[in-house]
Design a protein around this ligand. Structure first.
Ligand SMILES: [Zn+2]
Length: 109
């Protein structure tokens, strides 16, 4: 359980993406640790294990170059805003991860 908390804290300390932390859980649980390990193989299952809610409601979407902060929108509205671009540098607000919109960069401040 401590390992799960430590990995989840890495996400906040180093502002790692969900995809990065998800991959770390997957690699550790399925390849690096012995088969009998109890580490959850995904970020979703790790959050579920510790009772952590979805943090997207507390995040701001920011331009990859830090030149613009978008207004918050509920996660269910992300597909409608998929084509939004930074008004200054034209970077995309979202990227597609397995066909699902994912913010290009987030901030929690
Ligand atoms: Zn920009």
């Amino acid at each position: 359980m401590q390992c799960v908390y430590l990995l989840l804290m890495l996400r906040f300390l180093y502002i790692a993406t969900d995809r990065t932390i998800d991959m770390m859980f997957c690699l550790l649980a399925t390849i690096i640790l012995p088969p009998e390990n109890l580490l959850p193989p995904s970020l979703y299952l790790a959050r579920k294990m510790v009772g952590m809610e979805d943090l997207s409601a507390y995040e701001y979407h920011v331009c990859h170059n830090d030149c613009y902060v978008w207004a918050k929108i509920p996660k269910e509205e992300w597909p409608e805003h998929y084509d939004e671009k930074c008004p200054f540098c034209q970077n995309n607000r979202f990227a597609s991860v397995h066909g699902v919109p994912s913010p290009s960069k987030v901030s929690r401040q």
